[in-house]
Design a protein around this ligand. Structure first.
Ligand SMILES: CC(C)(COP(=O)(O)OP(=O)(O)OC[C@H]1O[C@@H](n2cnc3c(N)ncnc32)[C@H](O)[C@@H]1OP(=O)(O)O)[C@@H](O)C(=O)NCCC(=O)NCCS
Length: 146
């Protein structure tokens, strides 16, 4: 397998939309992704296997804080350590860019994602009531200091 971890590019949008549709009940559109990738306050990385993007993760930079917007790995490549690699790569980026506090929201029922974040060292700091739709669900707010 030819595996690369690198910055996400506009040229990757078709692969990203496939990932979105396979992973989320409310996927982001191509247009919102394009704006997101181009914005100067964001940083997105991805994993490419044999020339196809199979997962991505990204964040917003707000002063010394990083707000992780999303992470997804397509179902057939899960449980192989790629999610962990994507988050660790974002944390490395934060460290190199003087961002030392990182936060995210996750569905209360999303055991896979919560276990991934806990493994890396994130801790739950609060709840946002009915934050998600389709289905309506609370979000857990998690933080890590690096
Ligand atoms: C969450 C997600 C990105 C994890 O990606 P992944 O590549 O499968 O994760 P990894 O293989 O790197 O797993 C790392 C750790 O996460 C935890 N984990 C991952 N999947 C898990 C599962 N199904 N159940 C329990 N823990 C899990 C484990 O602690 C695992 O470590 P281990 O392998 O030593 O047990 C993936 O499940 C996904 O894309 N889900 C759909 C999108 C989503 O929910 N994104 C999160 C939005 S907040």
């Amino acid at each position: 397998m030819d595996i690369t971890i690198r910055e996400l590019l506009i040229d990757d949008l078709n692969d990203i939309i496939e990932i979105e549709e396979a992973c989320f009940s409310v996927p982001w559109s191509k247009e919102s992704f394009k704006a997101e990738i181009r914005h100067q306050s964001t940083h997105y990385n991805c994993i490419e296997i044999n020339k196809k993007v199979i997962g991505y993760a990204g964040l917003w930079k707000i002063l010394d804080e990083g707000h992780i917007t999303n992470i997804a790995v397509i179902p057939q490549y899960r449980k192989k350590g790629f999610g962990e690699k994507l988050i660790k790569n974002l944390l490395k980026y934060c460290k190199n860019n003087n961002i030392d506090k990182i936060t995210l929201e996750v569905r209360e029922s999303n055991i896979a994602a919560k276990e991934l974040y806990k493994k890396i060292g994130f801790e739950t700091a609060g709840i946002r009531k009915s934050y998600y739709t389709k289905p309506t669900e609370n979000a857990e707010i998690m933080w890590i200091e690096i």
